[in-house]
Design a protein around this ligand. Structure first.
Ligand code: ADP
Length: 625
């Protein structure tokens, strides 16, 4: 026997396992059974091409044996087994180092739940056992090895006797404490329950040796005990079962095992299709975006199976980019087992499936929006940005699929769908108003927002870069045009007011042109009725708003980006309007300075940076003195 220390990371995880008061200790069995199933898979796949392995599918199994007297629970399999060095690398270091990294990045987070949900694999056994022995012999080898550990003190490894190939894991179950009844895990009913809950879909039989009693032959009241082997799992793949027959825990466990997520999915979607394409799909909407979701490292896709056998781990063609957050798998009998990647890309069946899957996801999301608002908003917080990008991308060809799935915040910070906005429109209101800016607080301070709201119209607050671009692509919703409150064409006010403003602008044309020249960088200066309290504001002519210009300028290669045509609007009913007209007659020099100050003021209110703050400061102090 050789004695070894664990690698540092494994050591830390072990400590977490041993010391954590974790309510879901029961997941250890799922982890060990999944490992056994993977090991059997490996040998089975090998046997498909290696004819020297005289085993057929039905020969493979996983066995569970509980011995109450010895307090041991044994999980064995006839899978690929491990050599001495494999035992060492696989069990002496953390395999799923991803989970550990996560832990590190999430210091102070909910450590406990991470352990349980993630499934840290083999190590989770230390939550219920104080000693573990792993005996293993690879298929076709002469010698077997045993790995043994009591946790913290490290492990020993050496040769041992083991007749058959495969792996046998013996857990020495911890002694019961006041809070934890570990001996439960040796009870048949408990093991049976755990396998139904977490491992029913495992594709190999999980057999248990169970103790039974029977009447002794030839006697009337003497009983004898005997053992019987029972298969505890149905072996039906999870995705072949009706959703109503599967417990939430089973889906959740399957999901976290397969997609390495520590949090249960927000929604499970199942689809069964026959006809033009025959397939079953099992999909999940994650509760949160993976840390790399909005980077180019993230790879979308669904697992692809041909009649129960996996043929591709990540088939990107099955999901459009805007639903790229969906995890899951598709099992079809239409696809041949050895179809190549290239052929798949052009496969007609695959295209039909992808279309139907997209429709299904859209439908389920809409349904969620209507029936489970809280969950939908959580979903939207995580992936809403992706949906908005989807509207904008490819010149808007997907907009119909996505338009009813997007939400925007209103002036009270509540999420509204466009449908809800329209339903709440005031009589006489013809457009959907929105304002964009860096933050909801800043948008709330825009003079035009106040003006629009004072008429009883709701305003959508757009804070993501893509928002306004997406609305431009949509153009209209339910025949209602989208109107930016900072557009020069906002056009509030009744006809009489509009007429009055028009006249005022015509009458003061010379003065307004003078202001424009004095400022230099605006398209025009005009009187407006779009304001209530504030003296001035900025707006823009045409399609490109000041906010959109900012977004474009932030993008790489922004040198040639178009710029917004900015308009300075002056509140016609504010005393400043009168003052400007006076100055035009008496003091043009002063008027020029006023113009520049008013423009700077409008920039500040509108969240646009001032090009020359020094000049502004000088102008103000000059006027003060
Ligand atoms: P993971 O299963 O995520 O890789 P584990 O800690 O559960 O992490 O297991 C580590 C490794 O040990 C596995 O990847 C596998 O190579 C090996 N292993 C575990 N259990 C068995 C087994 N029953 N038979 C063969 N190899 C196993």
């Amino acid at each position: 026997m050789r004695k070894k220390q664990f690698k540092t990371e494994s050591q830390k995880l072990l400590d977490m396992m041993i010391n954590s008061i974790y309510t879901h200790k029961e997941i250890f069995l799922r982890e060990l059974i999944s490992n056994a199933s993977d090991a059997v898979d490996k040998l089975y796949f090998k046997s498909l091409t290696d004819t020297s392995i005289p085993l057929s599918r039905g020969d493979y199994a996983i066995w569970i044996k509980a011995d109450k007297d010895a307090r041991t629970l044994t999980i064995s399999d006839n899978g690929c087994g491990m050599t001495e060095s494999e035992l060492e690398t696989n069990l002496g270091t953390i395999a799923k180092s991803g989970s550990f990294d996560f832990k590190k990045n999430n210091e102070g987070g909910d450590e406990v739940d991470i352990i349980g949900q993630f499934g840290v694999g083999f190590y989770s056994a230390f939550m219920v056992a104080d000693k573990i022995r792993v005996l293993s012999k690879p298929y076709g080898e002469e010698v077997a090895h045993v790995w043994e550990s009591e946790g913290a003190s490290g492990y020993t490894i050496g040769e041992c006797d083991k007749e058959s190939f495969g792996t046998e894991i013996i857990l020495y179950i911890k002694a019961d404490t006041e809070d934890e009844k570990y001996s439960d895990f040796l009870e048949e009913y408990r093991i049976r329950g755990l396998i139904k809950k977490y491992s029913d879909y495992i594709r190999y039989p999980i057999k248990m040796e169970v103790e039974r009693e029977r009447l002794k032959e030839g006697t009337k009241d003497e009983y004898e005990s005997y053992t019987e082997i029972e298969t505890l799992n149905s072996m039906i793949p999870l995705w072949k079962k009706a959703q109503s027959e599967v417990a939430k825990e089973e889906y959740d466990g399957f999901y976290s095992d397969k997609f390495y997520d520590y949090e249960a999915p927000l929604k499970v979607i199942t689809q069964k299709s026959e006809g033009t394409a025959t397939y079953t799909a099992l999909m999940f909407i994650p509760s949160h975006a993976p840390f790399n979701y909005y980077t180019k490292d993230y790879e979308k896709g669904l697992e692809l199976y041909s009649s129960g056998v996996m043929i591709m781990e990540r088939c990107a063609d099955l999901l459009p980019d805007y639903f790229g957050f969906v995890k899951g798998l598709v099992d079809s009998s239409d696809l041949s087992l050895n179809i190549s990647r290239e052929m798949l890309q052009h496969d007609r069946q695959l295209k039909i499936m992808a279309k139907a899957i997209e429709k299904k996801i859209q439908k389920e999301l809409l349904e969620m929006l209507e029936s489970d608002r809280e969950a939908y908003e959580k979903f939207f917080d995580a992936f809403g940005l992706q949906l908005k990008f989807g509207i904008y991308s490819d010149y808007g060809i997907h907009k119909d699929t996505l338009v009813d799935l997007v939400l925007f915040r209103n002036s009270e910070g509540k999420y509204l769908s466009l449908k809800e906005y329209v339903a709440g429109m005031k009589e006489g209101q013809s457009a959907i108003y929105y304002a964009s800016g860096e933050s909801e607080a800043k948008i709330g301070m825009l003079p035009q927002v106040e003006a629009v709201k004072s008429r009883g119209y709701e305003v959508l607050y757009l804070t993501d870069d893509v928002d306004e671009f997406a609305l431009k692509v949509l153009g209209k919703y339910d025949e209602k045009e989208f109107k930016s409150v900072t557009a020069e064409a906002l056009d509030l006010g009744d006809d009489a007011t509009k007429e009055k403003i028009k006249e005022a602008n015509e009458g003061a044309k010379e003065m307004l042109d003078f202001l424009k020249d004095a400022i230099g960088s605006v398209e025009s200066v005009k009187f407006s009725a779009n304001l209530t309290k504030h003296p001035v504001c900025l707006s823009s002519e045409g399609e490109l708003s000041v906010e959109m210009e900012k977004v474009l300028k932030r993008m790489p290669g922004a040198e040639g980006a178009p710029t917004a045509r900015v308009v300075l609007e002056i509140n016609h009913s504010h005393p400043i309007a009168e003052k400007l007209l006076q100055l035009f007659a008496t003091d043009k020099d002063k008027l020029g300075k006023y113009a520049r100050i008013l423009y700077a003021e409008a920039c500040l209110i509108g969240g646009v940076s001032i090009e020359n703050p020094g000049e502004l400061a000088e102008l103000i102090s000059e006027l003060m003195v």
